[in-house]
Design a protein. Structure first.
Length: 307
């Protein structure tokens, strides 16, 4: 049986068809309707029908999207505001006449990388997206750690420590989540610009910063030292509480070699003496990991309903 993964973002919906071995067969993208819930549902409905036509069967459906899905199945998503407060999975099950699984997109990423990805062979895998935002998920023996209220893995909303705030004289920023001083405001893509402006008094984008790092620019390396200190402390906190054996990085900033290579030493600085640093790896499936993880939850959900 075919299985479909849908990766829903604030600008696009990616749909991919996978076979039983989780090998991607086809994929395509459309623009995400974000203002009208019925249009949003209809867009997903049409993509699933298209996948049915292409695969020649009624496939299983898994969806990954930004935001939090609580215990009642209701979504809270700043990127897709029309979906907030809605029970999307149930509404789509009625439309599609089949089981539909839904999960936060960064948890889908972690699940994908723990099963056949860069985390394969490890028992405890933390998948971390570092891109426009900063979030992830913890997998134990290939299974996602119990999500509770759907917030587990939101490492970007751990607070910046007073130690690092004072060390670099950083401004305490208000996060988009409503809290103050979340590390996402410093380590995600937009946060890089904040750090660059603060340290060098000149604005630069994350892309410009990445290029300057390759060139060995002194200012860029100064920003990198601060960035790694914050990211290292954050993942040290995760190591102390969850003890992952490997941290798998995804998202745009994971493509910067210096971050992947230097992060283990940065984590070590903030760990207890004598404790091993988790391995740090770049994602195996890159941009496709989220849609692959969505397919995994779709397959599991469909099989559990069948049994």
């Amino acid at each position: 049986m075919a299985v479909y993964g849908l990766d829903i973002g604030g600008t696009k919906i990616e749909t991919a068809i996978f076979n039983d071995n989780l090998e991607q067969q086809q994929s395509w993208r459309i623009t995400t309707p974000t203002d009208d819930y019925q249009q949003f549902l209809h867009a997903i409905y049409q993509q699933v029908l298209k996948a049915d036509e292409l695969s020649g069967c009624q496939g299983a459906v898994g969806i990954g999207m930004p935001g939090i899905v609580n215990d009642e199945g209701k979504v809270l998503s700043a990127n897709v505001p029309c979906a907030t407060g809605k029970v999307i999975a149930n509404d789509l099950q009625v439309l599609l006449k089949r089981p539909v699984a839904i999960l936060n997109d960064t948890r889908c990423f972690a699940l994908s990388e723990a099963n056949g990805g860069a985390g394969e062979g490890y028992s405890r895998v933390f998948g971390a997206i570092v891109g426009t935002g900063a979030a992830g998920g913890m997998c134990i023996d290939g299974t996602l750690f119990n999500q509770g209220l759907g917030m587990s893995g939101e490492y970007g909303h751990l607070p910046l420590s007073a130690y690092l705030q004072q060390k670099y004289q950083l401004p305490v920023l208000k996060c988009g989540c409503g809290l103050n001083g979340c590390v996402e405001s410093y380590i995600a893509g937009p946060g890089v610009q904040t750090l660059y402006q603060h340290i060098t008094q000149s604005p630069k984008s994350a892309i410009e910063w990445a290029n300057d790092i390759k060139l060995g620019d002194e200012q860029a390396l100064k920003v990198l030292a601060c960035y790694l200190d914050i990211l290292g402390e954050t993942f040290a906190a995760i190591s102390k509480s969850l003890h992952p054996e490997v941290i798998v990085l995804g998202g745009g900033l994971s493509l910067i070699d210096a971050i992947v290579e230097k992060l283990p030493d940065a984590i070590q600085t903030h760990l207890f003496s004598g404790f091993a640093v988790p391995d740090v790896k770049r994602a195996e499936f890159g941009d496709s990991s989220g849609v692959r993880g969505a397919a995994i939850i779709g397959s599991v959900h469909a099989n559990s309903n069948a049994s």
